[in-house]
Design a protein around this ligand. Structure first.
Ligand code: NAD
Length: 263
């Protein structure tokens, strides 16, 4: 299938590792011109160098922390300066810390909402006008299966991502006639540094080894394994494609069958 996005500009968050990086690689393979952003310059530069080597892709690097209220403005400005108007926006960064849901606190909520809702919503809001003017745009957020089925130790994540989902669904309907689509993907358990850290946290709390935690988690997945990042990145890239033009306001799990309920 020709995805029809060669030459499109794409701004991808959390692109130095895991799911964001796998998405950036797929978009680069499709011929997109990329701006990638995350916190650490070194890992981002290494990723950009890899994208240039393997895919002959244009890749510029922007460093920012999504928990910083200034981040969205800075990232949007730098990306447009480097690439021109942005056609494809992939909203993604790290996850918030684990927390006992009976022991959350206001500072934790403020940071989680900035990371998971305020920054991505502001970034999309800054990029949307030129997408609408040019009558073509794709916004995809990498979220979590916790949006559908709250995960016990991830109350900040469950709630922050649900706020983002509500904004996306509302806005998707407003901009659909302008050729702009807005969709979310809900990863299940993927083999990335983030899931390894979550597993280590559970292991410490429960007195098990991380390997035992992973093995137990894998038995809860009907596919009996964690996903590989590219299995998520390829679906995100499809949602960013020309043929996906009629799909908007959706939230699709990519989870090896993990979620038990109907959509
Ligand atoms: P990862 O740790 O492999 O990569 C995270 C990326 O985001 C890195 O590039 C990191 O530098 C960047 N990042 C982290 N915190 C940031 C911040 N404050 N500001 C800007 N950039 C930041 O993680 P991943 O597994 O690829 O996860 C990506 C997203 O998907 C996260 O929100 C995670 O919670 C979510 N998720 C992951 C899984 C999974 O199984 N891996 C499951 C559900 C949801």
């Amino acid at each position: 299938m020709d995805l029809g996005i060669s030459g499109r500009t794409a701004l991808v968050g959390g692109a130095s590792s895991g799911l964001g990086r796998a998405t950036a690689e797929r978009l680069a393979a499709e011929g997109c011109r990329l701006a990638i952003w995350a916190r650490g310059a070194e890992a981002l530069e290494a990723t950009a160098a890899d994208l240039r080597d393997r895919f002959a892709a244009e890749a510029v690097v922007i460093t920012a922390d999504a928990t910083d209220p200034e981040a969205a403005a800075r990232v949007a400005r730098a990306a447009v300066e480097a690439l021109g108007p942005i056609d494809i926006l992939v909203l993604n960064a790290g996850g918030p810390p684990q927390v006992d849901p009976t022991a959350t606190d206001p500072a934790g909520w403020a940071s989680a909402f900035q990371l998971l809702a305020t920054t991505p919503i502001e970034l999309a809001t800054r990029i949307l006008p030129t997408m609408r003017e040019r009558r073509w745009g794709r916004i995809v957020a990498i979220m979590s299966w916790g949006v559908r089925q709250p995960i016990e130790l991830l109350a900040y994540s469950n709630a922050g991502r649900s706020a983002l989902a509500a904004w996306m669904k509302t806005t998707a309907r407003v901009v659909a006639a302008d050729g702009v689509t807005i969709n979310g993907v809900l990863p299940g358990r993927f083999d990335t540094p983030r899931i390894a850290a979550v597993d280590r946290g559970v292991a410490e709390r429960t007195g098990r080894t991380p390997e035992a935690v992973r093995a137990a988690n894998e038995t809860t997945v009907p596919a009996r394994r964690y996903g590989q990042p590219d299995e998520l990145g390829s679906f995100v890239t499809y949602l960013c494609s020309e043929p996906a033009r009629y799909q908007t306001g959706t939230f699709s799990a990519v989870d090896g069958g993990l979620l038990e309920a109907l959509p």
